[in-house]
Design a protein around this ligand. Structure first.
Ligand code: UD1
Length: 338
């Protein structure tokens, strides 16, 4: 029996593969390397000392999926594969809908044909839209503001419909808050192809001199210091949440959404200051107007994650800042040339 991990060489996918292998699961992984690099596979093996089956394939190729399910005895699927850049999704909505929605439908159809009905889906706190109040609980109203977010919510809806139609499915929708950090070995980190949009990769680019100054979007929010507050979560904690989710799939039928966050918000300035302190580096910044679409505060209510999955985040903001930095320092020395 194996777990199929789609998008297993991405940032969250690769850390999850490590935690699953260390928990003793057999893995089948696939990725098309659209937003990741083949060397991640070696890093996973180096960290865990364990091997797994890998397919360089695409969920848009139904033949690829058929082959994976025919070749392997898959018990459940953890589905990370998908495009995830908000700005790009606004520019290229069809690309996002085609890849994320069609790819997921292909996966679900093949799963159904092979009678595999256990799924963990990589959702996002983006499905809460503009929060009316914080902390966010899973039963709050859902809405989205861009095509990327819409693909997450559409897939959640598709999965809810599927579970109504067939009570044999077990589906967990994991709503991630703001993943940061890297593996403590320094061998895995967030390494997107192209220019990063999220805060931590931009802090790193500034600390490394790749960009001269960090732009802080907005210092007039109604928050502790005027800058935006988010629930940053260490990617290793997030990955461990998937191990609990995989275990839970055997114990229930139906569909449940679960927040994966720490329950604690930090402002942009708090994150910068902590990063500078723990890594003894400087991150010059300047204020700019608010980024359109941003909210003042967003953090999770984590009660359901604890009660339902028996999971809670263990690592703090210092760990997140240190491990993000160490992974980037280490990573700059590694080559992906083939
Ligand atoms: C962003 C996306 C969200 C997505 C999430 C996952 C937008 C509007 N939202 O969320 O849909 O699910 O990433 O990765 O893009 N910030 C700066 N300077 C920067 C970058 C960010 O000040 O250069 C601030 C932002 O204004 C925000 C905080 O840092 O207050 C976090 O930003 P970011 O890392 O982009 O995450 P989200 O906005 O929460």
């Amino acid at each position: 029996m194996s777990i199929l991990v789609t998008g297993g060489t991405g940032f969250i996918g690769s850390h999850t593969c490590v935690e699953l292998l260390e928990a003793g699961y057999d893995l089948v992984v696939f990725d098309n390397f659209y937003n990741s690099k083949p060397s991640v596979l070696d890093s996973i093996v180096d960290i865990t000392g364990k091997g797994f089956k890998f397919y360089h394939s695409d969920m848009n190729d139904i033949g690829d999926l058929e082959k994976i399910f025919s070749d392997n005895d898959i018990d459940c699927v953890i589905h990370f594969a998908g495009f995830k850049a908000v700005g790009e999704s606004v520019e290229k909505p069809l690309m996002y809908y085609s890849n994320n929605i069609t790819g997921t439908l292909n996966l679900l159809n093949v799963m159904k044909d092979h009678n595999v009905k256990k799924l963990v889906f990589s959702s996002s706190a983006t499905v809460y839209g503009v929060p009316k109040k914080v902390p966010l609980t899973e039963d709050m109203p859902l809405s989205v503001t861009n095509p990327y977010g819409r693909t997450k919510l559409m897939i959640e809806d598709i999965l809810r419909d599927l579970c109504v139609s067939d009570p044999e499915w077990s589906v967990l929708l994991l709503r991630y808050f703001n993943p940061v950090g890297g593996h403590k070995s320094g061998l895995l980190c967030e390494d997107p192809n192209g220019i990063p949009n999220n805060l931590m990769p931009r802090i790193l680019d500034t600390a490394f001199g790749i960009q001269e100054k960090l732009t802080v979007f907005g210092n007039d929010y109604d928050t502790v210091d005027g800058t935006g507050v988010r629930d940053y979560i260490h990617v290793t904690d997030l990955a461990k949440g998937h191990v609990n989710a995989a275990r839970k799939l055997d114990a229930f039928r139906g569909i449940e959404a679960v927040n994966l966050g720490t329950g604690r918000g930090y402002s942009v300035l708090e994150l910068i200051k902590t990063f500078e302190r723990v890594n003894n580096v400087s991150v010059p910044f300047e204020f700019a107007p608010r980024r359109p679409g941003d909210v003042a505060e967003c953090y999770a209510d984590t009660k359901k994650a604890y009660d339902f999955l028996g999971w809670k985040a263990e690592l703090g903001i210092e760990d997140m800042c240190r491990d993000s930095y160490v992974a980037r320092v280490n990573h700059s020395g590694r080559s992906d040339e083939e």
